[in-house]
Design a protein around this ligand. Structure first.
Ligand SMILES: Nc1ncnc2c1ncn2[C@@H]1O[C@H](COP(=O)(O)OP(=O)(O)OP(=O)(O)O)[C@@H](O)[C@H]1O
Ligand SMILES: [Mg+2]
Length: 334
């Protein structure tokens, strides 16, 4: 049985800032008042994550994802609740915690701007007290999976975004941490580099059993990498489960689009079944249905029995559609 690597219990984070008033007059007023306002960024979140899991942590902009990651990595202290990573509270034991975790913030680099990449890694080796042997083994592996070779001697300032992101990931993994936090690691990357990053994350998880917490707005990352997803909305956890259950609960809709030879007679189609939602636009006919009620083959057979079909297209509800609904309406309503 794998052990729990991360345990959050009732974690809450409030930010206190100076109150802002709307408009120009408001801005001026703001200069002379010290009224404070509280903002709850993370609200009573409890989560347990086991060793070796790759968990997708998703939510709309401002939902509280980065704030959670910052608490788990020891950058921020929770206002309430406890957060344990590898059995320690990250913000109280920052030095020990640093050895257990690796962090990549896609939005900004953690590398030294002026140093050649190879030297950066040598400095990190010393900081993290990695033995020569482990360093060589780890670097050889990272060098290959992240394809660092073409730019290993370039200084960080000259790297392209895709190269920089791979370099950052290698830096976060050099000391072989138990937990890897990735905050939007594929933001702005082209499809090929994105694929390479995803493959590298998979390989690392596989080889070292690294626990990975991934926040992203790219649902392709989630589909590729995560069995489990946690959805946060306005600071609250609203879903925690596996991807296929989420798809089963919210993604049962499927649509089949037909092109037919003859302009159909509406009544005839509508009479097929009340649970099939049929729309007709000239010679195009779309059928929406729940996969719990019908199979795709069923629907195709039904339509083919009454019309001469010249083309068929099947469209499953995509994760993007499900998540869009959840972000807009919450889990219950979707
Ligand atoms: N240092 C801070 N001071 C005040 N408010 C903050 C601070 N950091 C974050 N917040 C607020 O907390 C909320 C959650 O922010 P957070 O960065 O965690 O969101 P997020 O889910 O990572 O969003 P995004 O997808 O846009 O990155 C936001 O309303 C944000 O404005
Ligand atoms: Mg964020």
């Amino acid at each position: 049985m794998s052990q729990n690597v991360i345990e959050l219990k009732g974690v809450r984070k409030e930010f206190v800032s100076t109150k802002h008033y709307p408009g120009f007059k408001g801005a001026v007023k703001g200069l002379f008042t010290k009224e404070k306002e509280e903002k709850v960024a993370v609200d009573d979140v409890s989560v347990t994550i086991k060793e070796g899991e790759i968990v997708g942590y998703i939510g709309s902009n401002g939902a509280g994802k980065s704030t959670t990651i910052k608490m788990m990595s020891g950058i921020l202290t929770p206002t309430e609740g406890t957060c344990l990573v590898n059995g320690i509270e990250p913000y109280k034991n920052r030095k020990i915690n640093a050895k257990n975790i690796g962090v990549v913030f896609g939005q900004r680099t953690q590398l030294w701007w002026d140093l050649p990449l190879s030297e950066t890694y040598t400095v990190l080796k010393e900081i993290y007290e990695v033995s020569d042997e482990d360093f060589k083994e780890g670097m050889d592996f990272l060098y290959e999976v992240l394809e660092l070779e073409p730019f290993i001697h370039s200084s960080v300032r000259t790297l392209s975004l895709g190269q920089r992101m791979r370099a950052d990931l290698a830096a976060a993994l050099l000391h072989n941490p138990k937990v890897l936090y990735l905050d939007e690691p594929t933001i702005g990357l082209d499809i090929v580099v994105k694929d390479r990053m995803r493959k590298a994350i998979k390989d690392i998880n596989h080889k070292y059993h690294t626990t990975v917490i991934l926040t992203t707005h790219d649902l392709g990352d989630i589909e590729e990498l995560c069995n489990r997803i946690i959805i946060i909305d306005a600071g609250k956890k609203i879903y925690d489960g596996n991807l296929s259950d989420l798809k089963k609960s919210y993604g049962c809709n499927c649509s089949v689009h037909f092109e037919v030879k003859e302009v159909p007679e509406l009544g005839k189609y509508r009479a097929i079944h009340e649970k099939l939602e049929i729309t007709i636009n000239q010679k195009k006919l779309s059928v929406n249905f729940n996969k719990m009620d019908f199979s795709v083959a069923d629907v195709i057979a039904k339509i083919m029995a009454i019309a001469e079909v010249t083309d068929v297209q099947i469209k499953e509800t995509e994760l993007t559609d499900i998540v869009k609904k959840i972000y807009q309406h919450g889990v219950e309503a979707s």
